[in-house]
Design a protein around this ligand. Structure first.
Ligand SMILES: Nc1ncnc2c1ncn2[C@@H]1O[C@H](COP(=O)(O)OP(=O)(O)O)[C@@H](O)[C@H]1O
Ligand SMILES: Cc1ncc(COP(=O)(O)O)c(C=O)c1O
Length: 287
């Protein structure tokens, strides 16, 4: 059955971030992807120069109105990433709420892009909008450690802190929280990167349970941009197939799928997908 994703993220002419990073892998996995480009830039903002246009809240609304007038505004997922403007973000929230009214099973996957390694790389005034308006309507969120700390006001120095932070994030709304990268030490040594996940469920008898997982990824000695966007997209894909088991989202199948279509996948996108090849070591966290 068709599964349709509305992906509101950046577009770059050169390179793979935002929609350029997320759409093609999702399409390969069988999803229909309708993309709205929150910005159209020459390249990502880590380059010394970048130029381009930013979509305004009104322009976003116009695009959405067009979809609505044709009565094709039926989505299974909304996926959002990099945004620079508060009124745009508020418009995203309005759209998600309206789409959720139309489809109460719609899942909103939100990467709350605020910054990394102790500093913000989007305007400061986005922070209260994410905290008070966006995260409360999200079902799945994928902050990095810095973003998780900022949203909850709590520092993460130990795995126990991270679990408390994920619980605080659950209390704000989302049932699934993945801290995509952290500075926490890995038991496998300093060449591994630790990610942590937490998923709340309601059992058939009404009682609640929370599954926690630790993911240890071999570090590649390089800086990648766009991998957070790919991570969020692939989490969407695998939580779709295994909605109640965060452990099986190994991305191994994604890798097989991407390499199965190897000749069709551009080298630079394949390099990024290689990062996910080793996302296979999951532990269930018991703290
Ligand atoms: N240097 C790296 N080595 C290995 N994996 C990486 C590396 N950088 C990113 N990744 C992968 O990409 C995912 C998302 O990266 P992260 O930096 O947390 O995203 P964001 O850009 O949203 O902060 C990580 O969970 C990891 O799987
Ligand atoms: C235009 C644009 N989109 C998206 C991103 C997010 O990239 P990542 O997935 O690495 O968080 C960036 C980061 O610099 C960017 O400049």
């Amino acid at each position: 059955m068709e599964c349709r994703v509305l992906s509101i993220q950046s577009h770059v002419v050169r390179g793979y971030v935002g929609n350029k990073s997320a759409s093609f892998p999702l399409q390969l996995l069988g999803f229909e992807v309708d993309s709205i480009n929150s910005v159209q830039f020459s390249n990502h903002t880590g380059y010394s120069h970048w130029k381009g246009q930013v979509l305004t809240a009104d322009e976003l609304h116009v695009l959405y109105e067009g979809i609505k007038l044709n009565n094709v505004h039926h989505y299974d997922y909304v996926l959002t990433g990099y945004t620079r403007d508060t009124s745009f973000l508020e418009m995203v929230v309005d759209i998600v709420q309206e789409l959720k009214r139309a489809n109460p099973n719609l899942v909103y996957v939100c990467d709350p892009v605020l910054g990394d390694h102790g500093s913000m790389y989007v305007p400061q005034n986005l922070y209260p909008v994410y905290k008070n308006k966006v995260v409360p309507v999200a079902d799945i969120i994928t902050p990095n450690q810095f973003e998780a700390e900022l949203l909850t006001g709590k520092n993460i120095s130990t795995e126990k802190d991270a679990v408390e932070v994920m619980d605080l994030l659950h209390a704000m709304g989302p049932d699934t929280v993945v801290i995509t990268s952290s500075d926490l030490p890995s038991r496998l040594g300093d060449r591994f990167l630790v990610s942590l996940g937490s998923q709340r469920h309601v059992r058939p008898d009404g009682s609640r349970t929370t599954q926690r997982v630790r993911l240890e990824v071999p570090k590649v000695d390089a800086v990648f941009v766009g991998t957070g966007d790919l991570f969020a997209a692939m989490l969407l894909a695998w939580t779709h197939h295994y909605p109640t088991d965060l452990k099986v989202h190994t991305h191994k199948q994604t890798q097989k799928k991407l390499f199965g279509a190897q000749s069709k996948v551009p080298e630079s996108l394949r390099n990024r997908s290689r990062l996910f090849k080793d996302l296979q070591r999951f532990d269930e966290l018991v703290l």
